[in-house]
Write a protein that binds this ligand. Sequence first.
Ligand code: ARG
Length: 581
Amino acid sequence: MYNCFAMNTKQQLVSELREVAPSLGIKDINPQVEYPADSSHGDYSTNIALIGGKSTGKNPMDLALEIKEKLEERKIAFLEKIEVVKPGFINCWITKEELLNNLINIVKGDGEIIPQNGEGREVVIEYSSPNIAKPFTIGHLRSTIIGDAVANLLEAIGWKVHRDNHLGDWGTQFGKQIYAIKTWGNEEEIENSEHPMKILVDLYVKFHEEAEKNPKLEDEAREWFKKLENGDEEARRLWQKCVDWSWKEFDRIYNELGVRFTENDGKGYGESFFDDKMAPVVSELEEKGLLKESEGAKLVFFPQDKYPPLMIMKKDGTTLYATRDLATDKFRVDQYGKDITIINEVGSEQSLYFQQLFETEQLLGWVKKEQRIHIKHGLYRFKDERMSTRTGNVVWLDDVLEEAVDRAKKLGEDVSNETAKAVGVGAIKWNDLKREAKQDILFDWDDLLTMQGNSGPYLQYTFARTQSILRKAETVNFKSDSIGFKFQSSEITLQSEERDLLRLLTRFADTVGEAAEKYAPQLVASYLFDLAQAYNLFYQKFPILKKEESVRNFRLSLTAATGQVIKQGLSLLGIESPERM
Ligand code: ARG
């Protein structure tokens, strides 16, 4: 689906090294090839001689020279020069021809696609997972953005991807919610409100305030939840209302973010779906001797007390979050097969819980360790305050999205509404994806929307710049469908900024592959940022249109290729690329 046209010369170099290594006595090695940050160290660098030096007992410098000689004997067409530097690194340079071929392939759009290393693999990736009748928090926003990007990346390298949303639509909080609606709420008012969630959250907050004064309310709430679990009609009716009211909000948010799910007709399988699927799981735990009773409750204890015990059933016989998660994963394994990979994108505050869950699933014999993955994200901080539903200290996501769009409008003279939306939403997404998910984020509007640095708008602006140049080129008789054909390699003397840009363009496919394998969208973001910076440096220094034909066509090709890669990369991150800004 996401075509990429870059030649993967790095993979080729790795396989050359793999062939050369045994003849020099280096065995069982997985050669590492890196991209040196500094172009004076070449386009590729490998430490194979340093690693091989240890296993063979040879001096790494000598070994590096031997490897260099072997590589040179093989006359690898895409390599121009090989150099050995202390303490034994081997640096390699790509030929100008290869760099230009790659450029032409990207522009022509019929080169290689992203290596489909994930073919045959299948994954359920679960993200977003907000709670019914509670606000869609910034944590859910992060999960939505990161989960969607990882899903896109896995799809791009050939995985079969199921996108799931584990809605929090079941649990004791519904006892509280139902009690609150019945005691203080007005259904008609909620029904007709633009923002039913705001009213529901106020009611929920009120419940907690009142329960502080009168702990009996907690019992009332427990009663209502029991009724709900037992199928009581009134309890079910109000619960369904809460679900419908909440979806009004969620639908709006997912539309705005351009995010979708594939499971259960696009709604995802929420916790309530597993209500009747928990009993068999509890029995299985029981049969496999994994449940122990303690003070009336049932828990899983872990070998050597590796983790604290995980509660599966409360002493009043009600189930928990964990019980529903187990039923969920059992369902996934049954549905998609025992080799399925299951990923949960959930905040890092649930790390211990997921370790307990994964361990339990392994003890049950459902999955192997490597099949269960928790992608965790850090917190958003707004002047140090952590958001919580309970205190009513809530930051409404709608407000954040609205403000982002408003601010995006002010970035240009006449930014259309559609563009402002793409830029505002893009800014929020980029801010999340430009760093490792597990890091906390200090939320700062100026940072988010800066045109000077590492921001979504900066990337989108660079893309729009490439498109504007190409549009102008057409008025000087340059046909974009034939870019890349009209210059001869011999007529081009590469400037160092041009060469830097060309070497970055060779890395795209490989970067996407690595980002997917590591579930690390930030690798794509940081690559795109490097590319945009390299392009802007080039653009500031060299005229494009006011040059003789061959140079002009070459520079237009660079422009077209950069635009194409930025657009494709941003789309993997779930970010749009407006044509004009
Ligand atoms: N609804 C939960 C929350 O808001 C997140 C669910 C995460 N996924 C899971 N399978 N437990 O905290």
